[in-house]
Design a protein around this ligand. Sequence first.
Ligand code: ADP
Length: 614
Amino acid sequence: MSETTTEKHVFQAEIQQLLDLVVHSLYTDKDIFLRELISNASDSMEKVRHLEGTEKNIKDAGDELNITLELDKEAKTLTLTDRGVGMTHDELVENLGTIAHSGTKAFLEQLKETGGSPAGLIGQFGVGFYSAFMVADKVEVFSRSWKEGGQNLRWESDGKTGYEIEEVGELPRGAKIVLHLNEASADFAEEYKVKTLIERYSNFVGFPILLEGNRVNEVEALWLKNKSEVSEEEYKAFYQFACKGFDEPSYRLHFAADAPITINALIFAPGENPEKSGFGKVDGGVALYCKKVLIDPEPKGLLPEWLRFVKGVVDSADLPLNISRETMQDSALVQKLNSVISKRIIKMFEKEATADPAKYRTFYGKFERFFKEGIATDFANKDALAKLLRFETSMTEAGEVCSLTDYVGRMKDSQETIYYLVGQSRDQIESGPYVEAFKARGLEVIYFTDAVDEYVVDSLGEFGGKKLTSIRHAGADLEDLDTEGETLSDEEVSAVCEFLKEELGDGVTQVSGGKRLVDSPVIALVPQDGMSPQVRQMMKAMDENFKDEVKVELEINPRHALIRKLSESRESNPEVAKLVASQLLDNALISAGLLDDARETILRMNSLMEKAMG
Ligand code: ADP
């Protein structure tokens, strides 16, 4: 080499501006400089891999591709060496002295547009290499390009106004970056500190990272592999080690997509509900990566809130490395990811449920509340989520469940709506007066027995274009039944109804002779817009002064012996008839879960019993 000359260069004005930002305000979290440099090193070695397929004369071809880190506490330096493509003189000038690459350029353009206030933009764009100046007051880059006859170069800058380039003695191919750490960042020469950072951000980088001679990153980025290349054991180990799963995963989704956004995802549904037995809400368990480099371990907005129980990795090469936590949720890219991934996850559950209903049943038993939360909160996915619901119905055996799709498939031709009832249990629902009319007509009724189901059904409203109708409400259009046995005449029915209406006064809006009932004498129906018993319970629990007037519509069963007797005793024994009228209403309210105060009921019962015994 001839005598060395040192060229002095001045940074482009934009770079100076950028450096000023980087150093003073851009990153709140200066740790990330290491992630940026390791990413650059990894990208550069990726390029070597490609070149090895096409080019013949690559300097040091065949050398192992790795990243080494050396620390010197005395000298306060951190040195990162890669065996990538390196840079020629012109590339050094272009890449590290001007704003040639898109991310930074876009950053500065945005900065100009917003009138120079970096606050909202900070971290949105990659400024990669320059982040080194957050921790270093001097940076040296030793570089040897892969190209034949390339020079051995040293670039140096204090990150203020300019940089120097000079030729140096023989170097291996690649880049060696020496950070002369500033006072406040001296701890980046500590091994434990650097190790933690690598494990956190760069664990899945596809090249060995050696820190002081020891390999740090161990885990393979399974999500980028082809499904067929990954064994069950590897998946399980990944779940347990990388996702910190303490149980066996129950399901997994591994997919790659190119449109509308590049995604490689590996997502697990755990075996156990992490929120069971009062552990409280867990944080999202899906980490966001860009080309194997961690962007955020708990990205906000990547998945809908209700999916917080799943664990895994989403990797999108389309994301800027430095997308910040603040802007994450507003990012159109992240919203796209959210939409694509949540749809895929729901589809996966649907498929698994069909493939192995028993397994899904067990899973559902532990995780149904998440799906239900989704129906109530995730408008875009609520219809798809409804397909995941399972429940018993008047046509399933006790303990057997089915889906809304099953239900709709069984609906009668004439049936327009999906009938359901919310109650505490199958037994409780079936012992009440509501279901019998539907059973008698061969109409299936869904039994919702979870405390939150009332809200879930309310949010859902309909399924597959069919309205969900509570059979607690008046107005179900039921066809006549050919019933045998004695019944009251139409005139007698009207008379009994009138009598009841008079006796019960404001407690009932209407009394009618209905077709609903088979075995029960009377039923209380609440108006369509009325509060459900579950909601009333809630209101009462929250507000001790809560009072609402219960107004129901009574439907009587003209075939029932009690009603027929009432029709007679109305005139023959009005005293008892009056007591019976009130008692019938209370009984109906008890069945409806709407009786608030039973004191009067008990007193009346007592006098009825007395009378019965003469
Ligand atoms: P980005 O990585 O987003 O392009 P950087 O500021 O980190 O932005 O890097 C600018 C350019 O410098 C890169 O695009 C690459 O061409 C070059 N470069 C950075 N680090 C290295 C390296 N270790 N080896 C080779 N080239 C590098």
